[in-house]
Write a protein that binds this ligand. Structure first.
Ligand code: 6PG
Length: 245
């Protein structure tokens, strides 16, 4: 049972990124009114890049008390941090290097580790140690950002992969056959324990999968299974992605 879900459609990808930035900002500020620390997870891919540019904007740097923000990543590719494909690398270049961040509070996923499974367990242990548990006893992020692929994957939860059914683990290492690569990713138990989920999706190439998820509720598509049990889902689309809903 989702506590609440809201869908916002903006005219352009830029306006959608600006709207998502506002939602990000308000969630962080609301959280810090009630707690000393805001625990959030950034997403990878190309879509959040313009949003990270907005967040890196100095004006916002004064508004968001970045030193009170713990930054995690929802998933990562099996590449070094300085690789162009690295989700951490992108966020660092576009946002984290330009915000008054406390680097001891930034938690990169080491999906390029020799033993990626051990690295995923270590990341999970860090989350269990530092992120307070929510009503269901699972660490409750204040905000988890997600993007979505044209095949309906979120984070690195791809269609027809076993980890979609993972009941216990919060962070796992996985092989993604369709990419022929390894990834590290949050699982649904952790994602759906969040207080807020911000899903940002733009572009005409995602219109059909958006329709299957938000109109048909097609559970074969991982994004359709994003349902925060004790939280709010904020879906921000541009008109091109929302064309069929
Ligand atoms: C990743 C992401 C992934 C991403 C989608 C959408 O590591 O690739 O976390 O889930 O959000 O693939 O990617 P685009 O924004 O590039 O379309």
């Amino acid at each position: 049972m989702i506590e609440s879900k809201r869908m916002i459609v903006e005219k352009s990808p830029e306006q959608a990124a600006a709207k998502a930035t506002d939602i990000f900002k308000s969630i962080v500020l609301e959280t810090l009114e009630q707690r000393d620390v805001c625990n959030l997870a950034l997403s990878g891919g190309t879509t959040p890049r313009s949003m990270y540019h907005h967040l890196a904007d100095h004006a916002l740097g004064d508004v968001i008390p970045w030193s009170k923000v713990e930054v995690y990543f929802g998933d990562e590719r099996d590449v070094p941090q300085d690789d162009v494909e690295s989700n951490f690398g992108m966020a660092q270049r576009v946002l984290l290097d330009h915000a008054p961040i406390d680097w001891s509070r930034v938690h990169a996923m080491r999906a390029d580790a020799e033993d990626i499974d051990a690295a995923s367990r270590e990341y999970e242990n860090t989350i269990r140690r530092l992120v307070p548990a929510g009503p269901n006893g699972i660490p409750q992020f204040d905000l988890i950002m997600l993007g979505m692929g044209g095949d309906g994957h979120v984070a690195s939860l791809f269609p027809h992969t076993d980890i979609l059914e993972e009941p216990q683990r919060l962070v796992v290492a996985c092989h993604v056959p369709v990419l022929g690569r390894n990834r590290m990713t949050f699982t649904f138990p952790l994602i759906n324990a969040a207080r807020n989920i911000l899903l940002l999706v733009t572009g005409d190439d995602k219109a059909e999968v958006v329709e299957r998820i938000f109109k048909q509720g097609d559970q074969a598509l991982p994004a359709a299974r994003v349902a925060p049990q004790h939280g709010t889902m904020h879906v921000v689309l541009d008109t091109a992605a929302a064309r069929l809903v």
